[in-house]
Design a protein around this ligand. Structure first.
Ligand code: PLP
Length: 355
């Protein structure tokens, strides 16, 4: 096999935009670093990856992605420690997941060497965009789109795999209150819920807007058949602390297998926190809240790591959660971030250095 690193064509941006960027006032996902990675699939194979200045694409209006939503993506972050070393957190998981997503959307899988070599080259060339300090990171957005022109409703024969990078700060999203869905569904059995398929997200905006009008920030999706069981949030898996037990739904073909979720479960085991991975019913959570046994709810995901939930609503009932001194949400966030920022021992081999 050809050496993938030497195959990467690197075209440097003539001028960096970094001095125009205010790193103290970043809006998530609005500013992008100087370079991006682009790799085309044509004639039955992935071509050599290219790193080039971040900029617009030119596509045929008939490109399949615009018509049939053949698009998948990932979300991951690069961190810088106090010695300027660059780290990724379990990137193998994101790599495997984008290929699982691709497979479900009939998109050809991407070679591992291309992914890691191109990502590392991209991070090295844009390393100044990764700021030190707990909470600062470079958000990485790998994605694949069907670029083949022509509106026949079938899988494309041409694609683009890209990675774009956006500097991110630790952000406090304010108090989050969630609505348990009683009507709309995010995913169904046999569907694409487990994949990071673009359409899964587009379909959530309308019900989420309705929930926002009622004063909630997010929806917790329930199973499509009965709406009796809690599954996950829009971009987070969801945990419940009932007494001192941590409960979360099992992953299946409707729920995204979150990297943060599985890391929380591993840490819980390490620190002897009792966990149950099982279906969680809406009624059980309402009963626990009414009895004062529901101590916490939190979401887990790459963007905020752990996002505490202050309250929830179901039909016309509203519940507030207590403020815990010994919060599991804070505990897991701190443990995970210390591993991500190379400030704690990496017992499970989750850190990946970019050198
Ligand atoms: C639907 C959904 N669930 C859960 C997650 C959390 O996954 P992760 O922890 O891998 O970021 C995400 C974000 O990637 C998501 O989009």
């Amino acid at each position: 096999m050809k050496n993938p690193t030497s195959m990467i064509d690197i075209q440097r941006a003539p001028q960096s935009k970094i001095s125009e960027t205010n790193f103290d006032n970043l809006v998530f996902g609005q500013v992008f670093s100087d370079h991006m990675m682009e790799c085309d699939y044509k004639n039955g194979e992935w071509q050599a990856p290219v790193i080039k200045p971040y900029g617009p694409l030119t596509l045929e209006p008939s490109a399949r992605v615009f018509h049939y939503g053949q698009a998948v993506f990932e979300g991951m972050k690069a961190y810088k420690d106090n010695e300027d070393k660059i780290w990724l957190f379990r990137p193998d998981q994101n790599f495997e997941r984008i290929n699982r997503s691709s497979k479900r959307l009939a998109i050809p899988e991407f070679p591992k060497e291309y992914f890691f070599n191109a990502l590392e080259e991209l991070l090295k060339i844009d390393k100044d965009w990764i700021k030190k300090g707990f909470g600062n990171s470079l958000y990485l957005r790998p994605f694949v789109i069907a670029t083949e022109a022509g509106v026949s409703a079938s899988a494309a024969k041409e694609y683009k795999f890209m990675i774009i990078c956006s500097p991110a700060q630790a952000y406090y999203s304010g108090e989050v209150r969630v609505k348990f869905s009683e009507k709309y569904s995010r995913a169904a059995d046999g569907g694409v819920g487990f994949a990071k398929a673009a359409g899964n997200y587009g379909a959530q905006f309308y019900p989420t807007n309705l929930a926002k009008e009622e004063g909630f920030q997010q929806i917790i999706w329930t199973d499509a058949n009965t709406h009796d069981y809690l599954e996950e949030a829009g971009t987070m898996n969801i945990f419940f602390r009932i007494g001192d037990k941590l409960v979360t739904a099992p992953t299946n073909d409707r729920i995204l297998d979150g990297v943060t979720r599985k890391s929380v479960l591993t840490l819980a085991e390490e620190f002897d926190i009792e966990t149950e991975v099982r279906r969680v019913s809406v009624q059980e959570i309402i009963d626990a809240a009414e009895k004062g046994e529901l101590k916490e709810m939190f979401g887990s995901g790459t963007a905020t790591v752990i996002n505490p939930i202050a309250g929830f609503g179901y039909k016309d009932q509203k519940f507030e959660l207590p403020k815990m001194e010994d919060s599991y949400a804070r505990f897991f966030k701190d443990k995970l971030m210390k591993i991500q920022y190379n400030e704690a021992e990496d017992k499970f081999g989750w850190r990946y250095e970019v050198k």
